[in-house]
Design a protein around this ligand. Structure first.
Ligand SMILES: Nc1ncnc2c1ncn2[C@@H]1O[C@H](COP(=O)(O)OP(=O)(O)OP(=O)(O)O)[C@@H](O)[C@H]1O
Ligand SMILES: [Mg+2]
Length: 584
């Protein structure tokens, strides 16, 4: 059992090959311009979009890392400052404790002894303002310092005194307050049990000196520091920022935990780090303007942006350069290919003209013989010697006109043949116009081919869809395609057979099917029939160019050719032509 084979024109060799529309030079130029634009856009998207996404990603990651590192730097600065301040306060507490343990200590210190204590304290830190000794009732029994009226002062109702007496710990550092002297200061008080009685030694510290100390230990560009109590009141602060006991601009609740935050201050954004002291419930807040804190990040950002722009410009230039080169080469190749194709068309036409001429010589001889014999008949009518012949028609005008009609008919047939010959041999540029496919098929078969088929005992069947729309085609070229298919169909039939021409609409195409009941195409030949110069016909009969040229023409009009064949049963060539083909 023989098997049917099917092949799509695209699976075999195609002269059109590249799929570039075979139209005039302007169309090709436009096509290449469009191709260039598309290539540029696609390549740019393929290369630049991932690059930009990556740059943005790294930019964001890098920014985050640098921001975090700036924040970490500020908080670690704040932590080291709080450690130093805690140490400072601890040292001051120890200084006061030492007074209890000095050899000169007694429970009723004289003024001289108090002065010596004060001297001792000032030598360890210039921040001390004065020193006082109190008994458990809160009465200051000894005092040395600038406020001598505080000698004998009762501190039993003072906050720091009650807190110290109440708590288990033996020292207390107060918040800043005005006190009896009516000047901001804070108290460091320690209690000591002597002979089962509690005594208190207290010294006051000057916040201004404390500020100088804070400023001396504070480092970092644009950094300033302040100490704030739990109520949000400044304890120690830069005079440009505020004054002691003023309400701080840091919200106390926001200061509850240690940490770093960005904050708006007078329209400027600043980075603020807060860390609580251990010795006293104060929070150290240090701040740095954002442009200084993030200076590294801004610099890195600028570098990344400039580098990304440079890389994008470089890549785009390479894409532009490569696309231009590619398109120029393709254009040059296309020119060469077109030239070759045109030459091939013409050569093939010349060959077929030769073949046609040979076949036509026979056809033209027929009308010539008829004309010659009609001339003889008319001449005989007027020849008196032949006049007696009984078979001879008399030379009446009607008889002469009848004979001349036969001559006319023969001349017309000869004219028809030469017209087709000329049409087939003319070298023409593609010329697209709205055509009726059925009409072109009729033009192909009417006359010579129909006659040849009759002689060869081949039945010609037409099965047209009469409602086909007119479509854009080059009528001469499509004529050549149909002519080749019909000739091939006829050549494939040995003895009698049938060739069917049908037309129909399928999807967005008009399909022209040329079927025959001929010998079919062997499976191994299916892939070759579109190759130029492939022929199974005897020498001088076929050139093997017909199908290659046909496919090239059909593809140039946006269509394709399918083949179905069964050996010994016949073949069908299906030409699909798009209804809405647009010239580019
Ligand atoms: N309808 C068909 N039935 C069987 N074989 C076919 C048919 N059409 C084409 N072929 C095969 O394909 C070959 C190539 O056809 P093509 O039209 O390209 O060239 P050709 O007809 O041999 O020569 P040319 O068309 O140049 O006169 C033919 O020689 C034939 O073997
Ligand atoms: Mg052929």
């Amino acid at each position: 059992m023989k098997q049917a084979h099917t092949i799509k024109s695209g699976e075999a060799f195609s002269l059109a090959g590249t799929g570039i529309p075979g139209s005039n030079g302007d169309g090709t130029k436009k096509y290449f311009q469009r191709l260039k634009k598309r290539l540029l856009v696609l390549l740019s998207i393929a290369f630049l979009v991932p690059l930009v996404i990556l740059s943005v990603y790294f930019h964001v990651q890098f920014n985050m890392t640098l921001k975090n590192s700036s924040k970490l730097q500020l908080i670690s600065l704040a932590e080291s400052l709080t450690n130093t301040i805690d140490l400072f306060l601890q040292e001051r507490v120890v200084n006061i404790f030492n007074l209890f343990h000095s050899s000169a200590f007694n429970l009723k210190p004289s003024q001289q002894q108090m002065n010596a204590f004060f001297q001792n304290l000032v030598e360890t830190s210039s921040a001390f303002i004065d020193v006082g000794f109190l008994d458990k009732t809160g009465k200051q029994t000894g005092y040395a310092g600038p406020f001598s009226y505080l000698q004998g002062q009762d501190y039993s109702q003072e906050l720091w005194f009650t807190a110290l007496m109440k708590q288990a710990g033996n020292y207390y550092v107060s918040d800043i307050y005005m006190g009896f002297r009516n000047k901001p200061h804070f108290t460091i008080a320690v209690k000591q049990r002597v002979d089962n009685e509690i005594y208190v030694m207290r010294a006051t510290v000057d916040p201004d000196k404390f500020y100088l100390f804070l400023r001396a230990i504070g480092r970092g560009r644009g950094v300033d520091a302040a100490l704030t109590n739990e109520k949000g009141e400044y304890q120690v602060v830069d005079p440009n920022r505020g004054a002691p006991l003023e309400q701080s601009d840091c919200i106390p609740s926001a200061l509850r935990d240690s940490g770093v935050m960005e904050r708006q201050n007078d329209g400027n954004t600043e980075l603020v780090a807060c860390v609580w002291l251990r010795e006293v419930p104060w929070v150290l807040s240090i701040r740095q303007p954002l442009n200084i804190a993030y200076a590294d990040m801004y610099k890195a950002r600028q570098i990344i942006i400039v580098a990304t722009i440079l890389v994008v410009v470089a890549i785009f230039s390479v894409i532009l350069f490569s696309t231009n080169r590619l398109i120029n080469r393709a254009e040059a190749n296309e020119e060469a290919r077109k030239e070759l194709k045109t030459q091939l068309f013409h050569a093939a036409k010349l060959v077929s003209v030769g073949e046609l001429a040979a076949g036509i010589a026979h056809e033209i001889n027929n009308p010539l013989a008829i004309i010659s014999s009609q001339c003889g008949v008319i001449r005989d009518m007027f020849d008196p010697e032949v006049g007696g012949d009984a078979h001879m028609k008399p030379e009446t005008p009607d008889n002469i006109v009848n004979e001349l009609d036969i001559v006319d008919e023969a001349v017309n047939r000869a004219k028809d043949i030469t017209r087709k010959l000329l049409k087939s041999a003319r070298k023409s540029e593609p010329r697209l116009e709205k055509c009726n496919v059925n009409q072109i098929l009729d033009d192909v078969v009417d006359g010579l081919i129909e006659k040849e088929f009759q002689v060869a005992n081949i039945e010609l069947v037409k099965d047209y869809d009469s409602h086909l729309p007119k479509i854009l085609l080059d009528p001469d070229q499509i004529y050549q395609v149909f002519q080749n298919l019909v000739n091939n169909a006829g050549d494939a039939i040995e003895g009698s057979g049938k060739v069917t021409l049908s037309t129909r609409i399928k999807d967005e195409n008009i399909q022209v099917v040329v079927s025959d009941t001929g010998k079919g195409i062997a499976h191994e030949q299916m892939g070759k029939i579109f190759l130029p110069f492939f022929t199974t016909k005897e020498v001088g009969k076929g050139t093997g160019l017909g199908l290659g040229i046909s496919l090239s023409i059909v593809e140039s009009m946006g269509g394709d050719i399918d083949v179905q064949s069964m050996p010994d049963a016949g073949s069908s060539f299906i030409v699909s032509l798009p209804i809405n083909f647009k010239e580019v």
